[in-house]
Write a protein that binds this ligand. Structure first.
Ligand code: ADP
Ligand code: MG
Ligand code: ZN
Length: 417
């Protein structure tokens, strides 16, 4: 996208639901989609006198992400109350972190059009999610709302980037890379439809070459990759057109209307909340010692970019293949398991990217649950290599083998191929 003399400036705030069994300050389950209000207790319902107890796993996951994003991990971090009223927030405040978050000053490298770019991470903090309002409209009653506190106190990490992103494509690449890492670390399922991975974007524009940033607008709840680029592009164009007409951008919160493809103002600066943050008196500061950080460091898996580099160097695969194979940890594992029995990377890659992925995608199946195991795929590729069947036949019989989970060698023998 080309904005002439102007350029966009974006910083993103991402919320990621953590894959802990229980909530951040009580023992209630974090399961999604349960009977409304069945996973609740006095603490996550905000009843008077109920006290929070921090879930250790949340801290461990925060350290894990912090290390993966090259942050410094704070030996002491502090929970704070963010005060505001809304019916989905029964305590009247959200427990979050403010001045002293758990992670600071990291970075994430992204790649757009073959160009590597370094995006700085300002901070990562731990917080709780709010409950969920369900709005109903009926003929008898005009309309009413109900509240489900199952989501109340679900653990979140908020990841705040520096305003280093310049184009909607960069913002999308950043979000994809961040989501891949969260999923690789197995601390977030990355499900955008269920709200496990959500993004607010701060957007401003400036003349190319200018040092100073322009005034920013905040786009709330960008929760599908399909719309993120479009909404950011629309917002950048809107601000540029406004400035060119002699207008000024005002600091406000905006929402994206996907049907009309436009952003519109939700609330201005005058209506902005004053959250009256103060340290949470019911929780001690969180202390993390070096031994804990080292222990978590020891559990970090190889990350997507490292894996991509290794797949290119060790297996001589092209970037296109590597981006597909390494972006999903399970698929990468499947690929390497197949190689153990059939060590020809490009042949294996070709078959996985076409035949196997088609079947997996059709059924929305994870590679680890594939009915054709790496061993069987290797067996099939061996039959091609030995000249028993042609590549064409292999592709023809693959759907049947996939459906039945049959052994390729036995199948070929039985059919007399
Ligand atoms: P707030 O608490 O109001 O959300 P922060 O200082 O935490 O403010 O910044 C929020 C986000 O806004 C960060 O991701 C940051 O990179 C981004 N940001 C700050 N200034 C600008 C700007 N002028 N244009 C675009 N993004 C910006
Ligand atoms: Mg903000
Ligand atoms: Zn609870």
């Amino acid at each position: 996208m080309d904005y002439g003399d102007y350029e966009g400036v974006m910083g993103l705030e991402v919320h990621a639901h953590l894959l802990t069994q229980s909530k951040i300050f009580c023992g209630c389950s974090t399961e999604f989609g349960a009977e409304p209000n069945s996973h609740t207790c006095p603490t996550c319902m905000g009843l008077p006198g109920a006290l929070p107890v921090l879930n250790r796993k949340v801290v461990e996951f925060a350290i894990k992400l912090g290390l993966a994003l090259h942050c410094s991990i704070s030996h002491k971090s502090v929970f704070a109350r963010k005060n505001y009223f809304y019916p989905d927030l029964p305590k009247g405040y959200q427990i979050s972190q403010y001045e002293e978050p758990i992670c600071n000053n990291g970075w994430l490298d992204i790649e757009v059009d073959g160009q590597k770019k370094h995006i700085r991470i300002l901070r990562i903090h731990m917080e709780e999610d709010a409950g969920k309002l369900v709005h109903e409209r009926t003929i008898e009653t005009s309309s009413y709302s109900m509240v489900d506190y199952n989501r109340s106190s679900t653990p979140l990490l908020e990841i705040v980037s520096e305003p280093d992103l310049r184009t909607p494509a960069e913002a999308t690449a950043y979000l994809k890379a961040l989501r891949d890492i969260l999923m690789y670390l197995e601390i977030c399922d990355g499900n955008m439809e269920e709200g496990s991975f959500r993004c607010d974007a701060n957007v401003s524009v400036r003349k190319k070459g200018d040092e100073a940033f322009g005034t920013r607008a905040e786009l709330k709840n960008l929760n599908s990759f399909r719309f993120i680029e479009r909404s950011l592009d629309y917002e950048i164009e809107r601000q540029i057109a406004l400035i060119k007409k002699g207008g000024i951008v005002v600091q406000e919160t905006r929402l994206f209307n996907a049907e009309q493809g436009v952003t519109y103002s939700m609330r201005g600066k005058e209506e902005a909340h004053d959250y009256r943050y103060f340290p949470e008196p019911d929780l001690l500061p969180v202390t993390v010692d070096d031994a804990w950080i080292d222990a978590v460091q020891g559990t970090l898996p190889e990350l997507p970019l490292e894996k991509m580099d290794r797949f290119m160097t060790d297996y001589g695969l092209p970037r296109y293949d590597v981006e597909i194979l390494a972006s999903d940890r399970e698929l990468a594992r499947y690929f390497e398991d197949t190689l153990k029995a059939f060590p020809e990377p490009k042949t294996v890659s070709n078959f996985i990217m076409t035949e196997l992925l088609r079947e997996l995608k059709d059924g929305n199946i994870s590679p680890k649950d594939s009915p054709v195991k790496p061993q069987q795929l290797a067996e099939l590729l061996t039959l091609i290599k030995s000249g028993t069947i042609s590549n064409k036949i292999a592709k023809e019989i693959f759907p049947e083998i996939y459906r039945t989970g049959a052994s390729p060698a036995q199948y070929v023998k039985k059919k007399g191929l």
